[in-house]
Design a protein around this ligand. Sequence first.
Ligand code: ZN
Length: 398
Amino acid sequence: MLTNIFARKQNQILDELYKVSRIASAGSQARGIQKVIAYAAEELAKLGFENHFVKGDNANVPLLESTYKSNAKNPLKIALVAHADTVATLRWKRHIKINGDYIIGPGVADNKGGIITMLAALRKFLVARQSIPFEIRVIISSEEEIGSPSFQNYFQQIKKNLDFCFGFEPALGDGDIINQRNGNYWVEVIAKGIEAHCGRAKGEELNAFHDFSQKYQKLLKQVSPHNDLRLHLGSIQSNTSTFNIVCGLVRAKIDIRFSEIEDLNVFLPKLHRIFRADIAKNIFGESVQYDFEVHDFCPPMRNQNSTYDFVQTYLDTVERLEKRRPDIAASGGASDLCYLNTKNNVCLDGFGPIANGMHRQDESVYIPSLTTRSEAFCSLLNSLAQRMEASYGNSISC
Ligand SMILES: [Zn+2]
């Protein structure tokens, strides 16, 4: 009997994921992204959420912010975060396939599986409740895959008021959830020297590569083995390809990874100082000039002083249903949670289903995990609610 109910529920969630996955919503497909967001907004409205659309600075499609208010005085604020855009494009609707225990196709996991898992968990959690002791804010970005650049100001504004952020990116390979993500900073360093004929130059030349390479060596020495900051040079280009011209321009792409924002804050002024210092001057007293173009800046996701005791219920439920207890682990990639993380809140990600082949045409979701993960997330919300109600002295209603 129980197995039948479980199977029926699994089929409903799968039907919903199949339907939403057949909407093509890669980064350039604004109409599809809009449709996925509209679907989520409609489903959330049915549950009693109030929808609000955030236009952002330059977005093609607004972000969805959908709030379920609480009657409690100063309620805890919880954000559930997902996104409607995908990396790979769905060319034909029939490219979404179900094969045994897997649903396969671009975006099924990242992040439509996350949206559907979240909706299923919220339906189950809210059906038994008149009111809730915390405020839930669902955030669905329209451009997460490019780092949500249009919503940086919005994230800055709201993050101070959030106590918990739960992300619905797919779980890690073994089904683990994520408590840490590294940050990255991509800067293109442009060195402008003065070209001249190598044989005929009389001191008016400024070799941009000589200057850059000496300074880069200095910069490498600033990377301390005592912290987690990593520095790499990804590519270097000049504007000429001959032997006999003094190199007049260098463009170098530098990738910096870090687990602590403080390490970056100490390192960046050193980088600017080193490159802007004069090393060589030509006969006119000129030196190589430097410009810096930042292509990406994503802060790390860290949780200070969290014991994660509030997610034990989630892990227990997954263990009971999947017969394996997930770990809480670090992930290399970034997500919107990186922008919502502060010293005072707790951000955990990977509450979506178990997935394979992220960002590929054959991305897949392990179908039973849609049910197990939404059940487990519902139990997490219940256990948080019970804790809050106990502390407010209210009765437990679920
Ligand atoms: Zn994603």
